[in-house]
Design a protein around this ligand. Structure first.
Ligand code: CP
Length: 328
């Protein structure tokens, strides 16, 4: 299946019988009202740096299980904190020591957790289509949240990116964004682009080496560049992507220094964007490759704000999904 077919399948299975989201597997097909409602609730949960984090009891009595079959720092920890701050019990399965290494199927792992009354299963896996394949088989009280699906989809990252952009550039219709780097393997770029298009972003540019750019049928309407110095001129938002060496054959892995010279976000290159442009990166970062230390830690960087927003977004998604399941 291609990414479009995975998207269609996910859109079909993620809604309950009354059309509300009971799982979150893709941002494709969400309406602008649905996205804005998640962003507004997340903004409600955002606190100033000197304030204590937001808390409420919307998930009291619920259990959230994190099943990360691929490495993660930000997504796993922020789902855990989000669930705790909403009053849920949380379990983190250590996949290296789970029975999956003895050959247990993912579905049997899920049946085991739901038999212990886990209500929300947060999944990350390298197999495309897995969240959509398992969602139709779970009990009626269980929701599947996609925390990163191969190169296909990373919906909560897409939402936290858009929340961060909206905080700095509220007039999205008149905002331009450049996404630069390894788009071919990026689930982040696909989800962020999907939400931005639904919300009516002014202009999307994509740039990178030709073999890092996605097929022409993906990112329709995005303006494609292989020269970053042209792509970056006068944009409002610059988002660098990690080179995902784990999804490439060695022939496609570029030399770090050469890549940084040609495509990396350097101080000189950032000067070509608008003076008030913000710099984003979903992280983890390859410092000195797709972004230099000076830019990653510089005044225009909102990378740590993206991380902070990640907790708020995951609180908003958990609260919304659990409420949708309650009302049927
Ligand atoms: N951006 C992101 O998904 O980070 P982690 O891999 O650390 O979760």
């Amino acid at each position: 299946m291609n990414t479009d077919q995975y998207s269609q399948l996910s859109q079909t299975v993620q809604r309950g019988q009354h059309g509300k989201l009971r799982h979150l597997i893709t941002l494709d097909g969400l309406t602008s009202d649905e996205i804005n409602s998640l962003l507004d609730l997340a903004q409600f949960y955002v606190r100033k740096p000197n304030e204590l984090p937001a808390r409420d009891n919307s998930l009291a009595g619920r259990t959230v299980a994190n099943l990360f079959f691929e490495p993660s720092t930000r997504t796993r920890v922020s789902f855990e904190l989000a669930a705790q701050r909403l009053g849920a019990d949380v379990v983190n399965l250590d996949m290296q020591t789970s029975s999956r290494v003895k050959g247990e199927t993912v579905l049997d792992t899920i049946y085991t957790l739901q038999a212990m009354h886990a209500d929300v299963l947060v999944m990350r896996d390298s197999e495309p289509g897995l969240p959509a394949q398992v969602a139709p088989h779970v009990a009626s009280h269980v929701s599947i949240l996609n925390a990163g699906e191969a190169h296909v989809s990373h919906p909560t990252q897409g939402l936290l990116d858009v929340l961060t952009i909206r905080q700095h550039k509220p007039d999205l219709n008149n905002t331009s964004i450049l996404i630069v780097g390894d788009l071919m393997h990026s689930r982040v770029a696909r989800s962020t682009w999907s939400a931005l298009k639904t919300l009516g972003i002014g202009e999307v540019r994509i740039a990178g080496p030709e073999h890092f750019l996605p097929p022409a049928n993906e990112f329709p309407d995005a303006i494609r560049f292989t020269d970053v110095n042209k792509a970056i001129r006068n944009v409002d938002v610059v988002m660098a992507l990690r080179i995902q060496k784990e999804r490439m054959t060695s022939a496609h892995i570029p030399d770090d220094a050469a890549y940084c010279r040609e495509f990396g976000l350097t101080v000189d290159r950032i000067k070509l964007a608008k003076p008030d442009a913000i710099v984003m990166h979903p992280a983890p970062m390859n410092r000195g490759v797709e972004i230099t230390n000076e830019v990653a830690d510089g005044k225009q960087s909102v990378i740590q704000q993206q991380v902070t927003n990640g907790v708020a977004i995951r609180m908003a998604v958990l609260a919304t999904i659990v409420r949708n399941v309650e009302v049927g």
